[in-house]
Design a protein around this ligand. Structure first.
Ligand SMILES: O=C(O)CCC(=O)C(=O)O
Ligand SMILES: [Fe+2]
Length: 295
């Protein structure tokens, strides 16, 4: 595939210096190595709802991206709230100890899409067409698109020392994440693979996780530069509390959708970013949901 076309990203660092294309020839879909990578990712996605491409990024990309995040940290929207896994209100008609009525701390923040500079190296990786095609192949999808949401499409998830992201589901069917800055202690990504399905919320299984019964839970050993493909709509997950002595943990969250021009929910956007844009209000009015899940 020709990657030096007119659609080239304005990032001054070439993609070959950001992604380790020798180890991961994501721009050579006809190569045997590409086929092997896709087959391996599909196997672990099917079995566990999660695939990790270790060290997809060149180590030289990490200081560039860390510096970029520091530069846009003033745009961080921080909050400390108590959430249930569905980001919803409690339900007084259900018992107090029901999963829906069980809230835990979600502290931390997001740096929104509109904070990124046009020349961003993180954005260059997020938008690189061969990477999108590779991720779609891993997921068994014909194609994926950058999430058109003007705040949530590309975000940095920041967890400062003492912060945690409690058990929750994502609203996207899958999420793609790159750990950029790791915590020195705590800040572990944990998940319960496919704990719910579109027909079964499995509230008892969720409640067990909330009670720290981790029998169904896996802990990922992620390193900076690893790409994670994750089915977060069906797999309950969290990031454990970052230790007080740790540096902040930063992940780049690459949101993609199967269809183009998708925009996030109005209330959830306000909850996550403290604001919404007119595009969100407009989309809310014309929305027809494709499933009945609880967020
Ligand atoms: O920071 C991460 O590793 C992922 C956090 C997460 O679950 C999310 O942003 O929805
Ligand atoms: Fe999540």
């Amino acid at each position: 595939m020709n990657t030096t076309t007119s659609t080239q990203h304005p990032c001054p660092t070439p993609i070959s210096a950001l992604i380790d294309l020798e180890r991961y020839p994501v721009d050579q879909p006809d190569s045997a190595r590409y086929a092997a990578l896709v087959a391996e990712a599909r196997t672990t996605l099917d079995a566990e709802g999660c695939a990790v491409i270790p060290q997809l990024l060149h180590t030289t990309a990490l200081p560039i991206m860390s510096a970029e995040i520091l530069g846009i940290r003033p745009f961080l929207h921080e909050s400390k709230i108590h959430i249930n896994p569905y980001f919803s209100e409690g339900d007084p008609s259900l018992p107090d100890d029901h999963a829906i009525n069980t809230f835990a701390e979600r502290s931390g923040g997001f740096i929104p899409r509109d904070a990124f500079d046009a020349t961003s190296a993180i954005d260059a990786v997020y938008q690189w067409p061969p990477l999108l095609a590779f991720i779609a192949d891993c997921l068994g999808l014909p194609e994926i698109h950058c999430y058109a949401d003007p705040l949530a499409g590309l975000t940095i998830n920041a967890l400062d020392p003492g912060q945690q992201f409690a058990w929750h589901y994502d609203t996207n069917d899958f999420a793609v994440t790159i750990l950029v800055d790791e915590a020195s202690a705590g800040g572990l990504f944990q998940y319960s693979p496919n704990i719910r399905s579109s027909g079964d919320e499995n509230f008892d299984g969720v409640r067990a996780c909330q009670d720290e019964d981790l029998a169904t839970v896996q802990t990922l050993q992620l390193r900076p530069g690893d790409l994670q493909i994750f089915r977060g709509r069906f797999s309950l997950h969290r990031v454990t509390r970052v230790a007080p002595e740790s540096p902040p943990r930063h992940t780049a969250v690459f949101a993609y959708t199967e269809k183009p021009d998708v925009i996030g929910r109005l209330e959830r956007t306000k909850q996550l970013f403290g604001r919404a844009l007119p595009a969100h209000e407009e989309a809310e009015r014309s929305r027809a949901r494709s499933d009945e899940l609880k967020d």
